[in-house]
Design a binder for this molecule. Structure first.
Ligand SMILES: Cc1ncc(COP(=O)(O)O)c(C=O)c1O
Length: 473
């Protein structure tokens, strides 16, 4: 009999540092997941805070090593891109690791104000204000500037944006500005150039005509972002080179331009198998910048990154019970979960995003090729392919004959689900077919290593949705 454990250990390098199996049950970062399920039930959303810190520290270490190896002369700063998860517990944890912050919209500035009032962010913190700016966003950014948040950097996303700061930044203030360049998209995209940022050709005139002569402003940062992520492809290296050449061109006429921001896009693990060589990519980025700066005879810039998914993605897990199985024809066996992919893990549906998927128990049982079905009525609410094998396997639902327990349900976990999923599905809001958001539990380690679990939010209630729908006050 081939067990689920045989399948996983023969397919992947398993166990590894993050996942182990003890007595046929899965442990994640040494956390007994079945114990948590017994205590909190399912569906269950977990956030393991220590992973946020360790991710930040890993990236800082890779950059430090890359800088040492290459002799790069600029510095490296880590900013956290708040949109990947705005929760307070995430920001609190990230800020423990000396990070700066990147914002993307109006309400983000209220978060910055709140963190400031709590003493978690000082006025010297770099606040990199990205995104297309509405009137309200510009207003709140300007209030920070006039309030002496000296490292709050509006990143100009459109040539007209600067007019607002011209009009509303007080005389005598000294404001650092950034400028985002519009990258060309990957060839498979439906359009050629990103709608975000300023055309390459407009960068120098914008600086010459609207920034240079005003004593309140200095251009210090050039920014770009590759939406398909930091990948070892000729497209990525071409866009990086084009960006660095533009930095060099501007640097020659603008001596205050000391820094580049190369955006987010550092990937996370979406399969148990390690697949990404982080130190190599980071060293190659440094070498590329170094080479072009040497050719052009300009100083190597300081580097900022704004990693979102990398910071918070691997801290998350989402656990479901298998409620029932349905054999819909001779071959297609469905396992029905007590949640929904569309509403709880919307990237699986919208972007075909894959996550690490593993059974929590039943590892001694034979495995089955299955499709996972969500509770909404939508035919697209399913998950049936892993990153590499385009199939999904889980233990059989019925306990094996020799098992002592006869009534233990089967549980499945999706791992590294910590970024973007709640904001895309509308946390606390209406959900497709009114399938509620899972209970959310925050896991942390005390100084002596003991695991703590705190309920952040109970499972969403009918009352919360009825109120939004106007049935109740
Ligand atoms: C400007 C900018 N910076 C950073 C990020 C974060 O990207 P990621 O979560 O892939 O690191 C995004 C994501 O859309 C972005 O638009």
């Amino acid at each position: 009999m081939d067990t689920y454990q045989d399948l996983i250990t023969q397919t992947f390098d398993f166990p590894n540092a993050d996942f182990q199996v003890r007595d046929n049950e899965l442990f994640f970062h040494d956390i007994d997941l079945m114990a948590l399920v017994e205590k909190h039930g399912t569906p269950l959303r977990l956030t393991y805070l220590p992973k946020i810190s360790s991710q930040i520290q890993r990236a800082k270490q890779w950059f430090a090593e890359g800088i040492a190896q290459t002799g790069y002369t600029g510095s490296y700063s880590y900013a956290y891109c708040t949109k990947s998860s705005h929760f307070r517990f995430v920001l609190d944890q990230a800020l423990k690791n000396d990070v700066h912050l990147e914002t993307s919209s109006w309400f983000d500035i209220s978060i910055i104000r709140s963190l400031y009032e709590q003493g978690k962010v000082g006025k010297e913190k770099f606040i990199i204000c990205n995104g297309f700016k509405t009137e309200e966003y510009k207003r709140d950014i300007t209030a920070l500037l006039n309030d002496d948040f000296v490292n709050c950097l509006p990143i100009l996303d459109s040539p007209n944006e600067i007019e607002y700061y011209h009009e509303h930044v007080q005389a005598g203030k000294h404001v650092k500005l950034g400028l985002r360049l519009a990258s060309d998209e990957e060839p498979r995209f439906q359009f050629y150039t990103s709608r975000l940022g300023i055309r390459y050709a407009d960068a120098v005139p914008l600086y010459e005509q609207r920034i240079k002569e005003d004593p309140r402003f200095e251009l210090t940062m050039l920014h770009y972002f590759i939406s398909s992520g930091i990948k070892d492809t000729s497209y990525y290296w071409t866009e990086l080179s084009r960006f660095i050449h533009k930095y060099c061109e501007l640097r020659k006429i603008c001596p205050t331009l000391t820094t580049i921001d190369i955006g987010g896009g550092l990937p996370i693990q979406t399969s148990i198998q390690l697949e990404y060589d982080y130190p190599y990519m980071i060293s190659e980025i440094l070498r590329t910048i170094q080479r072009i700066c040497a050719e052009e005879g300009v100083p190597e810039p300081n580097i900022f990154t704004e990693f979102g998914i990398f910071t918070v993605g691997e801290s998350g897990a989402t656990i479901y019970s298998i409620l029932d199985e349905k054999l819909q024809n001779d071959k297609e066996l469905w396992y029905m979960i007590d949640g929904s992919f569309i509403t709880n893990l919307p990237d699986t549906w919208a972007l075909n995003q894959r996550f690490i998927m593993l059974a929590l128990n039943g590892w001694q049982r034979p495995y089955r090729k299955i499709q996972l079905g969500g509770l909404t009525c939508d035919s697209q609410d399913y998950y049936n392919a892993e990153k590499h094998i385009y199939q999904t396997f889980l233990p059989q639902l019925q306990p094996a004959r020799q098992e002592a327990t006869t009534d233990q349900p089967l549980y499945v976990g999706f791992f590294h689900t910590g970024a973007y999923q709640e904001s895309l599905s509308g946390y606390g809001g209406l959900k497709h077919c009114l399938i509620p958001a899972p209970k959310h539990v925050i896991l942390d380690r005390a100084d002596d290593g003991t695991l703590t679990d705190t309920v952040f939010a109970p499972k969403q209630t009918a009352e919360s949705m009825l109120k939004i729908l106007g049935y109740t006050e």
